[in-house]
Design a protein around this ligand. Sequence first.
Ligand code: 13P
Ligand code: SF4
Length: 377
Amino acid sequence: MNLAVDAVKAASPEAASSCTLENYLALPDHSMDERIARARARLGATTVLLGHHYQRDEVIRFADFTGDSYKLSQAAAATTANYVIFCGVHFMAESADLLGQAGQQVILPDLNAGCSMADMAEISQVEACWEALERAGVAAETVPLTYMNSTAAIKAFCGERGGLVCTSSNAGRAFRWAFERGQRILFLPDQHLGRNTGHAMGIGLNEMPVWDPWMPQGGLTRQQLAASRVVLWKGHCAVHQRFLPSHVDQVRANFPGIQVIVHPECRFEVCQKADALGSTERLIKIVEDAPEGSVFAIGTELHLVNRLAKRFAPQGKKIVTLDETGCLCTTMYRISPQHLAWALENLVEGRVVNRIQVKPETKRWARVALDRMLEIG
Ligand code: 13P
Ligand code: SF4
């Protein structure tokens, strides 16, 4: 790709300034606004900024595209920009690298922005689980399906074995795709999304045993594996796990007529009590489409809930968090205005910092698994 950065660099008054991260971290949030806007303007069409809905306001306001994991992966696949700055977490930036054009470079402003759920499934553990399925004689009829919130190595594992990736917005479709091709699904790494999706398709809870990677043979017998329809990986999101059925009861008591809408990473008992489930994009759409005067309790990350509360208050829609104490995704929060300014101003100077690059040997099959996801929509 032909980079326009030389021209950008020539116009930069920051050329002489130091671009080390420590210099940025010592400065207050608000002092970054102008610098981000200026660097962004200088980079122009060479750079696209993608922002997940859980990002804080001071960061997401600069995003060219915002969305849930699915929408952002579509945006990453479609952009022809030289640089993709991903304001999200590591697995999202990896997916953007997998889906991007040759020569495109993906930047994650803080490399510590990981996802604790994605870390709950390591490739060696997943391989051990597959070997157990082989020993039970059922691997050939099992389709591995991974949530987007997983490493590229696990996506590649699924792609190579005839499986695919899904997000919370297309998990149902991915389940149907998998059951057209096999008898059983190995679902990684979020047990809650897997259980909620399987249950919505009429699969019994007793047909969805949980594989615990820290137990011998996952804590399951061969018979249990053979009798299962979905083998759920023992992973979860710490943010969504905090929501409890008692929170639903409480908000219903506090606000008669309230609608409870939650992310499907919430536990089964919470989802059963909710009025609707949805990806972050879907939750936003439900609120957008609701009539004036509607009241919602939302079970998802706090930055998104607070932003929606502020945005829809003038339209007479009241929004509260499902758990009064609220919970933020601390790793998403790591993408600060300082990190964003640092990444952008370095780019203005012609330096790519914090590039996320999936290894070539992992790329091929991970891309296959992601392409299958984009094909099912
Ligand atoms: P969405 O795809 O719904 O935005 O979810 C991503 C995520 O990490 C939720 O915890
Ligand atoms: Fe991961 Fe949960 Fe944060 Fe989503 S909210 S990125 S699943 S830790």
